[in-house]
Design a protein around this ligand. Structure first.
Ligand SMILES: *Cc1c(COP(=O)(O)O)cnc(C)c1O
Length: 472
């Protein structure tokens, strides 16, 4: 396929859109320009392929397809069946999973599907059996009332937010925290690492129905074999949310004890982070939970997005190619080069380094809050996000950390030498920024910010983004 075809496709699409609402066409063009110019170190973002992007913009969007492959509540779903089955097949092959459910619209939605599949399997089904009925509509008012109370009082043990866990792992502001009675495990204050003995102790005391592993801001590998043993020892269902690191699992950088799929009862993920697909979610599981997982829509999901499932099939096909494994390894090599570059210049990193795609800088080492550091970096053309560090003295809003990740820049082609230059730019900005009169205010010489911005765009100039796309 010629590169020219990509350019023509996007140009033609914009022309069609411009004829209806030019401001949308302009915003789409501006977004590409912005993405091309920024040194994107947001650990959860990436750049999907043109094929993935184009698979989303079509008439699959017009189709209702409630139900599952071959068993729909709507007629005429044969083509949706084709793409959903392809996406599921690619996912199963790629991750070695018995079952894949590719309908979730996002990572949070995938988690809701998993929670309700587990609750249905472990709480609802036994209650139906006990009452000797087939389904909930057959329960008496009293039995139904009792079952609803049961469903709403189950326990979950997950990683604490400030140690890098996710809001959907049972925290009060999120629906998961309202549905579950939650306790957290953290990390060792001295090393910053998960202390598996402590997790086991918490599990023994709390006896959760669900043990959750997975994170958004933990820069290390997790031993899922040990976590599964802990779950088994207390009869918990073991769930792994690999939203952030699915690309490293797909690319076989995380194998053996560090690959969640063979160890977990159920695995959830996003498809748009390190996996480099369209925005979306996915659930993988064994045969035991498959039927319950397939009830995700309409249990907690709105109608499937067939156009996004088409794009998932394309992206998962890409992830099965040998060059994806090379990409995944480069993500980790780059993160390590970035960490080393920062450490060599005197930065303080949570856990002292990284084994995955992300690095968490403790910016108290520079006398800054996360908020001040994030803004100072942004002024200098470097896009990151602030993040809590364990036992964060500045709380969840201002924070004391900056989270940076390499999936996006690695897609663009930057390598370890450029990561060292990136570390230099980050260190220069943070080192030259001083704290202002509040946790949000800071002082940074605008001339320095301009110089770094210029250096950042020079660095990117050698690595064009969507090089075939010229919107000219
Ligand atoms: C990003 C993330 C999610 C949420 O994904 P969305 O697609 O934004 O809903 C869930 N869990 C973890 C661990 C994440 O990092």
């Amino acid at each position: 396929m010629s590169l020219n075809a990509e350019s023509t496709a996007f140009r033609s699409a914009l022309e069609v859109i411009r004829a209806v609402e030019p401001r949308v066409a302009d915003a789409i063009g501006a977004e590409l320009a912005d993405q091309r110019e920024s040194l994107k170190l947001i650990a959860s973002e990436n750049y999907a392929s043109p094929a993935t992007l184009l698979a989303m913009g079509n008439w699959f969007s017009d189709k209702y397809a409630e139900g599952t492959i071959g068993r729909r509540f709507y007629a005429g779903c044969q083509n949706v069946d084709t793409v959903e089955a392809l996406a599921a097949e690619h996912a199963k092959e790629l991750f070695g999973a018995a079952h894949a459910y590719v309908q979730p619209h996002s990572g949070i939605d995938a988690n809701l599907v998993a929670f309700w599949a587990i609750l249905a399997d472990r709480v609802e089904s036994p209650a139906l059996k006990k009452a000797q009925v087939r389904q909930v509509n057959d329960l008496t008012e009293a039995d139904w009332f009792a079952l609803r109370r049961e469903l709403g009082n189950q326990r979950m043990l997950g990683m604490s937010l400030d140690a890098g866990g996710h809001l959907t792992h049972g925290f009060r502001p999120n629906i998961s925290g309202k549905m579950f009675d939650q306790r957290s495990y953290g990390t060792d204050p001295a090393t910053g690492l998960i202390d598996y003995d402590k997790v086991a102790e918490a599990a023994r005391e709390f006896k959760p129905l669900i043990l959750v592993a997975g994170y958004s801001a933990y820069p290390r590998k997790v031993n899922f074999r040990i976590m599964r043993e802990i779950a088994d020892s207390v009869g918990a269902t073991f769930m792994v949310d690999m939203a952030h690191f699915a690309g490293l699992v797909a690319g076989k950088v995380f194998t053996g004890d560090f690959d969640p799929v063979p160890h977990a009862h159920i695995v959830t993920t996003t498809t748009h982070k390190s996996l480099r697909g369209p925005r979306g979610g996915m659930v993988l599981c064994g045969p035991e939970l498959a039927d319950q997982v397939d009830r995700g829509c309409p249990m907690v999901l709105g109608g499937p997005l067939p156009h996004v499932m088409a794009a998932k099939a394309v992206a998962l096909a890409e992830a099965r190619r040998p060059d994806f494994a090379d990409y995944a390894q480069r993500i980790v090599d780059n993160a390590q080069a970035l960490a080393d570059g920062l450490l060599r210049r005197g930065a303080k990193l949570v856990t002292g380094g990284t084994e995955n795609h992300l690095v968490l800088i403790d910016v108290t080492g520079y006398g800054l809050t996360g908020r001040q550091a994030e803004q100072a970096l942004l002024d200098s053309g470097i896009v990151t996000n602030r993040n809590a560090v364990p036992q964060d003295p500045n709380g969840a809003w201002y924070t004391s950390g900056i989270r940076i990740g390499t999936p996006a820049l690695t897609t663009r082609g930057l390598g370890t030498a450029e990561m060292d230059q990136t570390a230099e730019l980050i260190h220069t900005v943070l080192n030259q920024t001083t704290s202002g009169e509040s946790k949000a205010k800071y002082v940074l010489d605008p001339a320095l910010a301009d110089t770094v911005s210029k250096q950042a765009s020079d660095l990117l100039a050698g690595f064009p983004l969507y090089p075939a796309v010229d919107l000219g």
